[in-house]
Design a protein around this ligand. Structure first.
Ligand SMILES: Cc1ncc(C[n+]2csc(CCOP(=O)(O)OP(=O)(O)O)c2C)c(N)n1
Ligand code: SF4
Ligand SMILES: [Mg+2]
Length: 276
């Protein structure tokens, strides 16, 4: 974990001057996910001019406006297609997508599965706070069944996606899940995802004490982060649990890793052949 001085240096290096303070509510987990991202970038020594950060719309997607890289704050659900266009036009760039659970799995769900299917070399960091935070608490495909939302005042009957399984099934070659409680591990997972060649997804479980926590009586931001501590279990431990013991728990760590041809490389081979 970085000291306060190291964190200040990272903020000076990676945040745009004059953009802070941020819009996030006290107790919001978005800052922890974003700091894990910049720590992972520092660890990898990425060149800020050769790195592009694309986001959609939502509280979490606001992060791209603060970060001093080439950034695009795009439209709701459309971060992945914008990132795909950038990567296709200049495959040497590192392209990182910041997106919320609504952004990535509701309005943008189709883009997520097709980017995974293509195995295009993008890293998607999905800030999963289980709710549409920015618009005051509508349920998303990642809101757990039974949770209250402004669109489900008696609790949603919808079932949730398992994002990791969804991405893996669609063809992603690196899938990981972390939490803001396990911030150091989250930093390492993001670094591994960025280094991975092909489509990578890191689901970051993060607290929204305002739009989700209040409606669902989740207590203080501290209570919400303790829930992450108690519910997130390393994959190796999770695999040893019985179905009853798995109740209310979820696996964290690298959940899937494989190799497959990368999309821009395959496309580049066609371009090199030329049109006959
Ligand atoms: C096309 C379109 N539809 C709807 C909206 C309204 N809108 C803005 S943010 C948002 C949901 C954000 O939820 P999520 O992606 O989970 O991000 P969070 O705010 O929770 O970080 C919605 C529905 C919009 N901006 N554009
Ligand atoms: S509404 Fe929720 S997600 Fe948005 S800034 Fe506040 S706590 Fe964070
Ligand atoms: Mg959300």
């Amino acid at each position: 974990m970085a000291t306060a001085l190291e964190m200040k240096q990272l903020v000076n290096k990676y945040f745009r001057p004059g953009k802070l303070p941020h819009i996030w509510c006290p107790g919001c987990g978005n800052g922890i996910v974003t700091s894990s991202l910049i720590r992972s970038i520092e660890k990898l020594g990425l060149d800020q001019d050769q790195t592009v950060i694309v986001s959609g719309i939502g509280c979490s997607s606001r992060a791209s406006g603060y970060l001093d890289f080439n950034t695009v704050h795009s439209a709701h659900g459309r971060a992945i297609p914008v990132a795909t266009g950038i990567k296709m036009s200049e495959p040497r760039l590192k392209v990182i997508v910041l997106t919320g659970d609504g952004d990535a799995t509701a309005i943008g769900g189709n883009h997520l599965i097709h980017a995974a299917r293509r195995n295009i070399d993008l890293t998607v960091i999905l800030y999963n706070n289980s709710i549409y935070g920015m618009t005051d608490g509508q349920f998303s495909p990642l809101t757990t069944t039974g949770s209250k939302a402004t669109t489900a005042p008696m609790g949603t009957v919808d079932r949730t996606f398992d994002t990791a399984e969804l991405a893996k099934g669609a063809g992603a070659t690196f899938v990981a899940r972390g939490t803001t409680y396990h911030a150091t591990a989250l930093t390492n997972l993001i670094a591994q995802a960025i280094e991975h060649k092909g489509f990578s997804l890191v689901e970051a479980i993060t607290a929204c004490p305002i739009s989700f926590g209040r409606q669902n009586k989740k207590g203080t931001p501290g209570d919400m982060i303790q829930w992450q501590r108690d519910s997130g279990v390393s994959l190796s431990k999770y695999e040893k649990l019985s179905p009853e013991e798995r109740e209310g728990k979820f696996p964290i760590g690298v959940l899937h890793q494989s190799t497959a041809p990368e999309y821009t490389e395959e496309y580049g081979k066609l371009q090199n052949k030329g049109v006959k």
